[in-house]
Design a protein around this ligand. Sequence first.
Ligand code: FES
Ligand SMILES: [Fe+2]
Length: 348
Amino acid sequence: MSASSPLPLGLPPAASVDPGAFARDRAAVFARAWLCLGASAEWPVAGAAAAREQGGRSIVALRHTDGGLRAFANVCPHRAGPLLWPGEERPAGQGLRCRYHGWRFDQDGALVGTPDFDGQRVGASALAAGCRLSPLPTAEAAGLVWVWLGPGAPDRPAPSAAGPLAGALGALGLDHWRPRARASHPLACDWKVYVENYLEGYHIPYLHPGLGREIDMGGYAVEVDGDTVRHVVPTRPGAVNEGLWLWVWPNLAINVYGGACSIERMLPTGPGAARIDYVYLADDSVSDHAFAEMLRASATTTAEDVRIVEQVQRGLQDPAAAAGPLSPRHEAGLAHFHALLRAAWAGG
Ligand code: FES
Ligand SMILES: [Fe+2]
């Protein structure tokens, strides 16, 4: 941008506080993008299953005996009970059994059991045609699992091993790391407020004293590329953080530590409500002590961010709130996020 160009402005506050914002984003953003469910390593063997949140929906995914992944809405066709409880993981097994009345489904989502439904008169086979689990398109690339929520078929290519994202992640070696911890943090703010906060390091000196001591703000760089924003910053000796943060449209981030990373999903859960779900992966060579240090640093930074984003959500509801100017040096990632949002809202 030249010195005479007008500065980009933030989103109007209404975009994050209007009662209809959640429904609009669910339809325009989350039904029209490939969304990350987690790391492939979270489904290590055939029969492994887990319930995950994405785009305001609960999704159950399981590893098929053919080696691929299957995902379904975590909603039983009987009376909308869950196949797995929210966040529940099953290391191995066969098919899925509804937690409500015990209907059973095979690994392709077909109904195969309806215990005590009507004596022997109406069995699963009589109901099967109208009572399947709702399948969702999935993809696996760069060590991550992706899902398309629809309603239509995917209208853009799934992340692939040949794509730019895979290139960015390939160097990390995610495929060889295994999940070692998980954490979840509810947020009293719109998901976009949290994403905006993630997309700039401008606030680090004021909100994150521990992280601030690890990095050299003078070398902070923001790189915008397609559906991704990368933050690269030099670190000081002994830093737990590697100074590399990668965000992927619309709500995924990868935070890199030495030999480890967290996969951070910024989930809309309702109007003015969101949640961060982390899964922490590490190389086996990372010691328990080093891993615990990483968890501690992550928890501290997250608590500091939660505090500010919840206060910003309150600020956005104040009549004084306005769309202020964005820093060309530090907030280019926000301007890019907003451009992607506007395109999505316009149906692009
Ligand atoms: S809701 Fe699933 S068996 Fe009744
Ligand atoms: Fe932060």
